[in-house]
Ligand binder design. Structure first.
Ligand code: PLP
Length: 392
């Protein structure tokens, strides 16, 4: 067998992508599987966005672009930051990448030296710890409970900081929990970070638009504008416009850091696809009605799923602030079931015996829970809930 690098051996493939692939393979083999693992909206990309991509191709806009993104897409992103977030950026402060995932990857590669610590509140997006490891860094996970609505406290944050802390990830609304920090909560966390001016703050705003309270979204820069020179804001079109396959994300921050992230990108993927950039521009500049339609649908499903889950003895589920995930506690259900000792067994049992694919909380650093994606039809959700009820 081939001897692989220590780097790749330190990480694992994305568990959420793996469960989706496994559900698809079981379905292809003729099994009746309802997939609740999806990390993407189940709606089609809006037509005006597709039309822009076709226009790009027909115009011959099919060549390399600047590594950091086209001038006109960067302009649309700058306007979006101004309009939605009250943030001012210059073009040099923006880097367009192949999805939000590459933004985080570029950041960790550009910032971290061996042994640098990165604070990651759990439950976390599955990719943060592994990206930190790939960059030689050390993930420092802060655990939370459902009782604290999965949000870290200022005391927990302070206790996690050492003289090696280089970066903190904040993801709100959160994948997998769906909860979002309020302005006051971000102010309180920022009051701790004020004492540590060398820590860079990454705010992953990927689910900004997927919140039930329209216009209520805030990030750490809204709470602490003075952190402007040490905060990287990461966002993208994947979730808001159902464009996960187009691979466009973007980051904004201090010029030297953004330039360094661009250098990493220039030696890995170069620019994101020209056609996708053209389409992303249409998404940001065009009619935003799609988001409202999607949100109405997600909210209906959320209300149904949370209420049905809470009717099942042994399952306890919080209402969320947004995203298309819910993250119930299933510890009591596990305790009742024979030969099921943890959330991994529980998820395995559901996929094998009930035909429901969901992701164990352990994948997000939070055992005793599972992540259920509501990005599937109401009919699928109704069936899935019936099956879970029966299985438990
Ligand atoms: N950040 C969070 C919190 C996510 O959940 C995701 C996708 O699952 C991403 C970033 C990356 O999105 P993409 O690379 O598809 O743009």
């Amino acid at each position: 067998s081939i001897k692989l690098s220590g780097r790749v051996q330190s990480v694992k493939p994305s568990p959420t992508l793996a469960i989706t692939a496994r559900a698809a393979a079981m379905r292809a083999a003729g099994k009746d599987i309802i997939g609740l693992g999806a990390g993407e909206p189940d709606f089609d990309t809006p037509d005006h966005i597709k039309a822009a991509a076709i226009e790009a191709m027909n115009k011959g806009f099919t060549k390399y672009t600047p590594v950091d993104g086209t001038a006109s897409l960067k302009k649309a992103i700058i306007e979006k930051f101004k309009k939605d977030n009250g943030l001012d950026y210059q073009p040099k402060q923006i880097l367009v990448s192949c999805g939000g995932k590459q933004s985080s990857y570029n950041l960790t590669q550009a910032l971290l030296n061996d042994g640098d610590e990165v604070i990651i509140p759990a439950p976390y997006w599955v990719s943060y710890p592994d990206m930190v490891l790939l960059a030689g860094g050390v993930p420092v996970v802060i655990e939370t409970t459902q009782a604290q609505h999965f949000k870290i406290s200022p005391e927990q944050l302070r206790a996690a900081i050492t003289d090696k802390t280089r970066l903190i990830f904040i993801n709100s609304p959160s994948n997998p929990t769906g909860v979002a920090y309020s302005l006051d909560e971000l102010k309180a966390l920022g009051d701790v970070l004020k004492d540590f001016p060398d820590i860079i703050i990454a705010t992953d705003d990927m689910y900004e638009h997927i919140t039930w309270k329209k216009g209520a979204f805030v990030n750490i820069l809204n709470a602490h504008p003075e952190f402007y020179d040490r905060t990287v804001v990461m966002n993208g079109v994947s979730k808001a416009y159902s464009m996960t396959g187009w691979r466009i994300g973007y980051a904004a921050g201090p010029i030297d850091l953004i330039e360094a992230m661009g250098t990493i990108q220039s030696q890995s993927t170069s620019n994101p696809t020209s056609i996708s950039q053209y389409a992303a521009e249409a998404a940001l500049n065009g009619d935003q009605g799609f988001i409202d339609m999607m949100m109405t649908e997600f909210k209906k499903r959320h209300d149904f799923v949370v209420s049905e889950l809470n009717k099942i003895d042994g399952i306890d589920c919080l209402e969320t602030d947004g995203t298309f995930y819910v993250f119930p506690n299933v510890e009591q259900a596990i305790a009742k079931m024979d030969n099921i000792k943890d959330d991994l067994d529980f998820s395995e049992y559901l996929i094998e015996n009930a035909g429901v694919a969901l992701v164990p909380g352990s994948a997000f650093g939070c055992p005793g829970h599972v992540r259920i994606s509501i990005a599937t039809s109401m009919k699928n959700l109704e069936n899935a809930l019936e099956r879970i009820k029966k299985a438990v």
